[in-house]
Design a protein around this ligand. Structure first.
Ligand SMILES: NC(=O)c1ccc[n+]([C@@H]2O[C@H](COP(=O)([O-])OP(=O)(O)OC[C@H]3O[C@@H](n4cnc5c(N)ncnc54)[C@H](O)[C@@H]3O)[C@@H](O)[C@H]2O)c1
Length: 364
C-alpha cells in the first residue's frame, strides 16, 4: 500500500503518555529524523504536560477530540493507551484520515478489529499493529532457520512468558477490567510469535486461572479482577505442528521469556525478552548447543519501521494486519475455549510470507 502524501518529517501525535508512551515512544519520536512529534495527548493532563515538557514543540491535549480539533495536518497517531481505549482512539484517527500505529491488541473483540481494518483499507490508510516482535532480529533469524529446513519437520514449539506482579504499576489498574487479562496482554506475544514461525493456527484449547483474584489497585484500594492472570494455551497449526503457551502475570519471580522450536533434526530458540542470541542444537552435531548472535531488539522498532515506511525510506514492516486479525481471533477463541472447556476452531488465516522481511537482506 502506498503512503498517502505524508509530510517529511511526519507530523506525529502520541496518544497515551503512560509507561510505554513516555519511556519508550516519546524519546524515540523526539529524536528520530523522520518524525516530528507535534502533539502529545493523555486523559490525565498532567502526564501530557510532562511529556510535552520533554519534547519542545509538542502541544499537549487531554482528549482525542481536543487533539483532532486543533491538529488538522497529522500524518500518524501512535496509540499507547490501555487496551479498552485502543479501538476508539484508532477509529477517531482513521476517520480523520490519519495513519495509526496501535498498541496490542487492536481492539477488544475480533469484530471490532475487523471493522478498524476495513476502515483503514477504505480510506487507503496504514494501520500498523503491535506487537512488533515479528520485526525483531531474533524472530527473523528463527524464521530463516525454519525456512532453511535445518530443524527438519518442526512438530512442536513451546513458549513460557511470565511477569512478576509489581505493586502500584498503572498497568495493574487496567488489568483489573473486563476483557483485559493475561490473554489480551502477555499471551498476545507468544500467539503472534508462534504463528509467525509455525504459520496460522487451525484450533486452540485454553485453560485460565487467577492467581490474584483480588488485587491492590494503584490508588491503594483492593479491587476484584474481572479477568484472569494465568493461562495455558495449546495450539494446533495448519502444518500439523502443535505449540503450547504457559503465561502468567503473577509468576512471583523476575520476568521470564523462553521460546523453543522442536524439529525432528534439532531445536532452536531464545531465552530472555530481548535476547542477543538464538540458540540451536542439531542432532547431526550431537546436540551441542550453538549460540548465534543477533542484534538486541529495539523497543520502538514497530513505530520506527512504520515511520520509515510512511516516509518512503523503508520496507513494509513484517507486521501484517491479516496476522494481527488472526491473533485477535485466537484471543477470542481462547476465551471461548476456557469458558466451555472445548477445543475451538479458527476461521481466519494469513500468509507467513507477510511476516518475513522483504528486500532489505534480512529475510528471503
Ligand atoms: N507496560 C509494558 O511493559 C508494555 C509493553 C509493551 C506494550 N504495552 C502496551 O502499551 C499500552 C499502554 O501500556 P502502559 O503500560 O504504558 O499503560 P499505562 O496505563 O502506563 O499508560 C496508558 C496511558 O494512557 C492514558 N489514557 C487512558 N485513556 C486515554 C484516552 N482516552 N485518551 C488519551 N489517553 C488515555 C492513561 O492516562 C495513561 O497515561 C497497552 O496496550 C500495553 O499492552 C505495554
Amino acid at each position: 500500500m502506498a503512503a498517502s502524501n505524508p509530510h517529511i518529517p511526519l507530523k506525529v501525535a502520541l496518544v497515551g503518555c503512560g509507561f510505554v508512551g513516555s519511556s519508550a515512544y516519546l524519546p524515540m519520536l523526539c529524536s528520530e529524523p523522520w518524525t516530528d512529534l507535534v502533539a502529545v495527548c493523555d486523559s490525565d493532563r498532567s502526564r501530557a504536560q510532562s511529556a510535552a515538557a520533554r519534547c519542545p514543540g509538542a502541544t499537549c491535549y487531554a482528549s482525542m477530540s481536543e487533539l483532532l480539533a486543533s491538529e488538522t495536518t497529522l500524518d500518524l497517531v501512535v496509540n499507547a493507551t490501555p487496551p479498552p481505549v485502543h479501538e476508539p482512539v484508532t477509529r477517531a484517527a482513521l476517520e480523520r484520515g490519519i495513519h495509526v500505529y496501535s498498541e496490542k491488541p487492536l481492539a477488544q473483540t475480533y469484530e471490532a478489529a475487523v471493522a478498524l481494518s476495513s476502515l483503514s483499507a477504505e480510506r487507503d490508510l496504514c494501520l500498523f499493529p503491535a506487537p512488533d516482535t515479528p520485526s525483531s532480529a531474533w524472530l527473523q533469524r528463527l524464521a530463516e532457520i525454519v525456512e532453511a529446513g535445518d530443524l527438519g519437520y518442526i512438530h512442536s514449539a513451546h513458549c513460557r512468558i511470565g511477569e512478576a506482579f509489581t505493586l502500584g504499576r498503572a498497568r495493574e489498574q487496567w488489568l483489573l477490567g473486563p476483557n483485559v487479562g493475561v490473554l489480551e496482554d502477555l499471551v498476545v506475544y507468544p500467539l503472534t510469535e508462534l504463528t509467525a514461525l509455525l504459520g496460522p493456527a487451525v484450533g486452540v484449547f485454553a485453560l485460565l486461572t487467577n492467581a490474584r483474584p483480588s488485587r491492590v489497585a494503584v490508588d491503594g484500594t483492593m479491587a476484584y479482577a474481572a479477568n484472569y492472570d494465568t493461562a495455558h494455551v495449546l495450539l494446533q497449526h495448519a502444518t500439523g505442528a502443535v505449540s503450547s503457551i504457559d503465561a502468567s502475570s503473577s509468576c512471583g519471580m523476575p520476568d521470564e521469556y523462553v521460546l523453543e522450536l522442536r524439529g525432528v533434526n534439532g531445536r532452536a530458540g531464545i531465552r530472555g525478552k530481548r535476547p542477543q542470541s538464538v540458540t540451536m542444537a542439531l542432532r547431526d552435531s550431537g546436540g551441542q548447543v550453538r549460540d548465534i548472535p543477533v542484534p538486541e531488539d529495539d523497543w520502538c522498532a514497530g513505530v520506527r519501521y512504520a515511520a520509515h515506511y510512511l516516509s518512503g525510506v523503508g520496507d513494509r514492516p513484517p507486521i501484517s494486519i491479516s496476522h494481527s486479525l488472526h491473533v485477535t481471533e485466537l484471543i477470542e477463541r481462547c476465551r471461548d475455549s476456557a469458558a466451555t472447556a472445548a477445543y475451538c476452531g479458527l476461521d481466519t488465516s494469513f500468509s507467513v510470507r507477510d511476516v518475513r522481511w522483504v528486500g532489505d537482506g534480512r529475510g528471503e
